[in-house]
Design a protein around this ligand. Structure first.
Ligand code: TRP
Length: 453
């Protein structure tokens, strides 16, 4: 029996839905700290090049496959064959969100905690250098805020108020952009901030290392939600008359715009408040939570700005976490025949176990180091630098060996001129496979300590 699939109403609806899921902690929290760490302007340049070639080709591929097969990734892979390879290709795409959503929720918990503290008016305390480490070293605090965020996610999943969330995010997203512009302008005009603007926007070859490419590639996958099956699912909800090429361009523009704004909020502030010392730039995942409170504390209306900012980030994080979770739950429902309830129950267990491990890795499990990384960093690395290149390779292999580039072109051309077809084919045939293998091998070699990058 065939049931009619839900569909996005039109192009705007599609672009907003994809952009809404793409814009999240990846843009506001992850992008600035990676850019600060891996070479500033050089990182930005590499990111932009990868996004316009690779990222573009992969988004088009996944969306076209989803729309062609009318299925989520596992179903899409199995449409073209039932062999082990197909099963593997589908599942690796589907498992990645299950590993991301727990640690994503730990960071979501940090956002919730900071929002709570701003509501209590603790604007000066939050700006202290040791505040963040004090917070993360408390096991109860970390676990509490992670669980609160997780409860919010599951509450929405259970209540099924997805429509309401979508409506709210249509209001919140533009607000977030306006606020980000204001904070970015404030941050960029602090004394000493210009050095940070230069560092972030002007590429300097000295800052280039192979890790710049590896990190930029992982970030591109993460931020655009590529190589984890999500876009297959969105593609399957897409009407045949929506222009895949144009909507891909718009999603990329929107997502990158917000990431760059976030970079302008955070990186110049690091220079202004720490004199641009190299150690501050290396702060990693905590960067946003250390520098932005300093910006807010120095602003006239810091408490208000802090509340508004973390509220908006919370919404961006929640909508992304909900759609990540939704895709995990529907994978179970589709593939195992379990009820929605039971599938959600399984995800509750996965969430609590893996999320708690990530949260406690900062304190009582602090002795656990996996290849020298904390638990949260390890999950981030495993998904972004190892599994996503493999998932992307699986998609390339499916297209090159089974579906054929011409069939993808046919699907895209139903609704689009496919002006970049030659670029697309070139990317898929030559660049993507070679590059993905190199990225994968070098990130594995890096953790095993065979090479230092
Ligand atoms: N792209 C999101 C961000 O930038 C995170 C994310 C990764 C995501 N995969 C997803 C969101 C799948 C929704 C669905 O934060």
């Amino acid at each position: 029996m065939k049931t009619q699939r839900d569909r996005f109403s039109g192009k705007i609806g599609y672009v907003l839905a994809v952009a809404g899921s793409a814009v999240g902690l990846g843009n506001i929290w992850r992008f600035p700290y990676l850019a600060a760490k891996y070479g500033g302007g050089m990182f930005l340049l590499v990111y932009l090049i990868l996004m316009l070639t690779f990222g573009y080709a992969l988004i088009v591929s996944e969306t076209a496959l989803g729309r062609m097969t009318q299925k989520s990734p596992i179903g899409a892979f199995l449409t073209f064959g039932k062999s082990r390879g197909h099963r593997f290709g589908g599942w690796i795409n589907a498992i990645i969100p299950m590993l991301i959503v727990p640690y994503y929720s730990v960071i979501g918990g940090w956002v919730l905690k900071y929002l709570f503290e701003y509501l209590r008016g603790n604007v000066q305390e939050l700006a202290a250098d040791s505040y963040f480490t004090g917070f993360t070293s408390s096991a109860t605090e970390m676990e509490l805020w992670f669980l609160l965020f997780a409860v919010l996610v599951f509450a929405v999943i259970f209540a099924g108020v997805k429509k309401g969330v979508e409506m709210i995010s249509k209001i919140m997203m533009p607000l977030l952009v306006v606020l980000a512009v204001i904070v970015a302008i404030y941050s960029v005009t602090r004394p000493g901030a210009m050095a940070g603007v230069k560092y972030f926007l002007i590429p300097d070859l000295e800052n280039f290392s192979w890790m710049t490419v590896v990190a930029a590639m992982g970030q591109m996958f993460y931020s655009l939600s590529i190589a984890m099956g999500i876009l297959y699912t969105y593609g399957s909800y897409m009407k045949k008359d929506i222009d895949i090429e144009a909507s891909t361009k718009q999603v990329e523009l929107f997502d990158t715009g917000i990431a760059v704004l976030a970079g302008l909020m955070v990186i110049p502030a690091v220079f202004a408040f720490s004199g641009g010392d190299a150690a501050a730039l290396q702060a990693g995942p905590s960067l946003m939570f250390i520098t932005l409170p300093k910006v807010f504390a120095s602003m006239g209306f810091g408490t208000g700005a802090g509340i508004l900012f973390f509220l908006l980030v919370l919404f961006a994080a929640l909508t992304s976490a909900i759609s990540l979770m939704e895709s995990c739950v529907s994978t179970f429902v589709d593939q195992t025949g379990w009820s929605r309830r039971r599938s959600t129950g399984v995800m509750v267990v996965v969430m609590v176990v893996l999320g708690s491990a990530s949260a406690l890795g900062f304190n009582i499990l602090g002795f656990v180091r996996i290849f020298g990384m904390s638990i949260l960093d390890f999950f981030d690395f495993l998904t972004n630098s190892v599994m996503m290149p493999i998932a992307a390779l699986a998609t390339c292999a499916l297209i090159l060996k089974v579906v054929g580039l011409s069939n993808i072109a046919k699907e895209v051309q139903i609704s689009s001129a496919f002006k970049r077809r030659n670029m697309y084919n070139f990317c898929m045939k030559y660049i993507a496979p070679v590059f993905l293998v190199i990225i994968l091998l070098s990130s594995i070699a890096n953790v095993l300590g065979w090479i230092t990058m």
